[in-house]
Design a protein around this ligand. Structure first.
Ligand code: ADP
Ligand code: MG
Length: 460
């Protein structure tokens, strides 16, 4: 395995364990420059990244790399001039820009290592195609609505809002719509943009007095795909600009697709007028794939990559990872790579060994601190307020949810929870847990909120 492949595999694992923003900030523009005597030399873009990775992510990076190559003992960091051939390739040629007829910024702020052939005009990755997208009951509705948009963009569901947990295929599905629309309607102007990048563009345009140019660029789009809208900034200006761009497209019957890790109601930073716009369209969720579907996905991946993995080993993988398709793929890759490295055929026994740490100590690990932080982040409140005995109305419910999560997931005792969260009596905690449990029976929104909070609680 060469350096690039090693790092590519490690990044796949890292990506599932850090937030998207952190991933883009710290891991884009990194590469393995050298691997000698068990020491991986990691090339990073600047001194700041070097310090940060060393102090905050060192152990984590080492673990990810060692999961793939046991012989690695240490990681060193150098500030490199690394500019991948891949990035060079992604530069939009004047020709392509002209063909699209829109002034398009060069995409530069996204992770690029494995997205070899992202289209510089549409930002779409051709890898995300419908033909590689497995449909099961967990994503049936989302898939059907996506298909109907392909048939009739702008005139079926507008906007289409897709939400679901991490690694369950939102980006894949919404990009597949873009790719398919482009295939069927070559003149169509499609743009895929992650919310973080959109915000970057707005900030830049505001500081350069270039807002009207940015608006013009968006005005010309026929299908706008916005990924991970939950990252939208709270600032009024940001939402205002987004609202204008959204409205202009919407009023001209241009198709808009939005993805999020939770329904519009549960995005605390979202302005009311945007929320109601989103809710005025079609909302479809993506749930968890069942066992058979997970198996289907694994089999398809094997076929796509011509990998031979015996059925029983595949079932084992399918049973080990249940809540994240990216991780499911990652586990399969790990098995395949290990067998390549050791030059032995894949067997159930081998697979069990390789995935032992996943099965034995579930990756799912959280703590009081993480619960408090995740709940506070999710509701955009201060951690301290959750812990202190603030009686502010806005705090009551988040605190009840935190209590419930501590009880359910960490099995903490009622008095302990009360003591840590607001110095409450244990009966208050019991009441809170009962209330949330009851509400869960009739409020699917709460279920989504809990899932999104848990995604945070269990991420690195
Ligand atoms: P999300 O955006 O929801 O976090 P992604 O779209 O990035 O998830 O999907 C994670 C990985 O799983 C990707 O590699 C994607 O191709 C794969 N994947 C997700 N859903 C499916 C599916 N239904 N069929 C096949 N592969 C899928
Ligand atoms: Mg995504």
């Amino acid at each position: 395995m060469d350096h690039d492949e090693l790092w590519h595999q490690a990044l796949t694992e890292i990506e599932t364990n850090v937030t998207k923003a952190n991933f883009i900030t710290w891991f884009k523009h990194t590469a393995v420059a050298d691997l000698r005597d068990g020491v991986v030399t990691l090339s990073v873009p600047n001194g700041f990244a070097k310090e940060w990775l060393k102090s905050k992510y060192h152990k984590f990076i080492l673990r990810a790399v060692r999961n793939i190559d046991r012989d690695v003992k240490d990681i060193e960091y150098i500030i490199g001039q690394y500019k991948s051939a891949i990035e060079e390739k992604r530069r939009p040629t004047p020709d392509r820009l002209r063909r699209a007829g829109i002034p398009t910024a060069v995409p530069d702020d996204e992770f690029t290592l494995r997205d070899v052939s992202i289209d510089p005009v549409t930002n779409l990755n051709p890898r995300y195609a419908f033909e590689h997208f497995i449909v099961g009951s967990f994503n049936e509705l989302a898939h059907a609505t996506a298909q109907s948009i392909v048939k009739n963009p702008g005139n079926s569901y507008n906007p289409l809002f897709i939400y679901g947990g991490v690694g369950l295929g939102k980006t894949h599905l919404i990009q597949a719509v873009g790719n398919e629309v482009m295939r069927q309607r070559p003149g169509f102007r499609v743009l895929y943009v992650p919310t973080e990048r959109f915000m970057g563009e707005v900030v830049e345009a505001l500081s350069n007095q270039a807002m009207s140019r940015l608006k013009e660029k968006y005005r010309l789009i026929d299908l706008l795909i916005i990924d991970d809208i939950q990252f939208i900034g709270r600032t009024e200006k940001m939402q205002e600009e987004f609202f204008h761009i959204f409205n202009t497209l919407y009023q001209n019957n241009k198709q808009i697709i939005i993805s999020s890790d939770r329904p519009p109601k549960s995005i605390p930073t979202l302005e009311e007028r945007l929320r109601s716009r989103f809710e005025g369209g079609m909302i479809a969720d993506i749930g968890l794939p069942d066992r058979e579907t997970r198996m289907m996905i694994l089999k398809t991946k094997c076929l796509e990559k011509s990998m031979a993995v015996p059925e029983d080993a595949l079932w084992f993988v399918a049973d080990s990872i249940k809540t994240n398709i990216r991780e499911l793929e990652g586990a399969l890759n790990r098995v395949v790579i290990s067998s390549k490295l050791s030059n032995s055929p894949i067997s159930l026994e081998e697979t069990k060994k390789i995935l032992a740490h996943i099965a034995q100590e579930p990756r799912r690990f959280t703590s009081l601190k993480k619960v408090v932080k995740s709940v506070a982040d999710f509701f955009e409140i201060n951690e301290k307020e959750l812990i202190d005995h603030s009686r502010r109305k806005e705090i009551v419910r988040p605190r009840q949810i935190a209590m419930y999560l501590l009880r359910e997931d960490l099995k903490s005792s009622f008095p302990f929870i009360g003591d840590k969260l607001g110095k409450k009596d244990h009966t208050t905690v019991i009441h809170a847990c009962k209330k949330i449990t009851n509400e869960l029976k009739s409020n699917p929104l709460l279920e989504e909120e809990l899932r999104a909070i848990r995604d945070r609680m269990y991420s690195a």
